[in-house]
Design a protein around this ligand. Structure first.
Ligand SMILES: [Zn+2]
Ligand SMILES: [Zn+2]
Length: 314
């Protein structure tokens, strides 16, 4: 079968590979791509196995044993470590990562599979993986406790747009900041206000979805006294952030990271997509084949925020 494999930094090859082996074999219908895939290609990533490595972690397909449509979750927590014991499975110390969506078939532990509702197309269901990370980040923000908070999202990429939508659904007054006009229009269609720059110290909750040190700093600068700042975008490893000391202390800013998701959050995301509460079509980009993947991941993203959809059988 054909699959994309990484042979080293920047070295992506489309190859004929052996059939994968594992508990359940799934024929891939669609795999969406995100900034993590770009990171995997350019810089490597902690979730990648040894080279040559299969990748693609937002995957939907059909189980070969039962014929059911499933989302192949990208991780299975161990259920035994100190984090799994208390339900913080996103921090599992012995996580099994399940990668390989950019291939015609993927093998997965049964525990990684989530049922997909009839009527939810594969490309939409695949977005449950990043949406689950957004669900997790909003849970970290604790908005249930303050539904009318002045909430802000920094960055109008697909993650920022998903965060804005979830905050709107939670009843927050939401402002999204992005320098691209097209992304501001997408945020408005999701029910948020959109601006080029956030007011300094003007928000009770700031969710950062830029993934660069300057974005983390801008998120802190936009936080009002007593605010929570949730850092959602992962900075490249080795990068450092200089923090302003005074507001952290005197304004009691509460800075939290948000990483990954739990299996329950994946199911919640699938339900939101199936119900149409998050309009996945507004976030779907062109469908491409494996041969187009390398160039598509290298291309700088301009204009609207759209996720690549890969059909490995094209
Ligand atoms: Zn992703
Ligand atoms: Zn664990």
């Amino acid at each position: 079968m054909r699959a994309a494999r990484l042979h080293g930094l920047g070295d992506l090859r489309i190859e004929e590979v052996a059939e994968p082996s594992g508990e359940v074999l799934v024929t891939v219908e669609a795999a969406t791509a995100c900034a993590t895939d770009v990171k995997c290609l350019r810089h490597g990533h902690l979730i990648l196995g040894p080279y040559p490595a299969r990748f693609g972690h937002e995957t939907v397909g059909v189980r070969e044993d039962t014929g059911e449509r499933v989302l192949v979750g990208d991780s299975v927590p161990c259920a035994r470590c100190r984090f799994c014991d208390v339900g913080q499975t996103q921090l599992c110390e012995r996580m099994t990562w399940v990668l390989g969506g950019f291939g015609q078939r993927i093998a997965a532990p049964a525990a990684a599979l989530h049922a997909v509702a009839d009527g939810l197309p594969a490309a939409g269901a695949a977005m449950a993986e990043p949406l689950a990370a957004a669900v997790h980040a909003v849970a970290r923000a604790g908005v249930a406790a303050c539904p009318d908070a002045r909430a802000a999202v920094l960055g109008g990429g697909t993650m920022g747009l998903m965060l804005a939508r979830l905050l709107v659904l939670a009843g927050c007054d939401v402002t999204l900041a992005d320098r691209h006009e097209e992304r501001r229009a997408q945020a408005q269609a999701f029910g948020a206000r959109a601006v080029q720059r956030l007011d300094p110290a003007g928000h009770d909750l700031v969710m950062e979805a830029v993934g660069r040190p300057e974005g983390w700093r801008a998120a802190i600068d936009a936080a009002a006294p007593g605010a929570a700042v949730v850092l959602v975008g992962g900075c490249p490893s080795g990068s450092e952030v200089t923090l302003p000391a005074a507001p952290l202390h005197y304004a009691e800013l509460d800075i939290r990271g948000a990483f990954h998701h739990t299996p329950g959050e994946v199911d919640r995301a699938l339900a939101l997509l199936a119900a149409g509460d998050v309009d996945w079509r507004a976030l779907a980009g062109p469908t491409i084949g494996l041969d187009e993947l390398h160039d598509a991941l290298q291309r700088p993203s301009h204009g609207e925020a759209r996720k690549l959809v890969v059909d490995p059988h094209r």
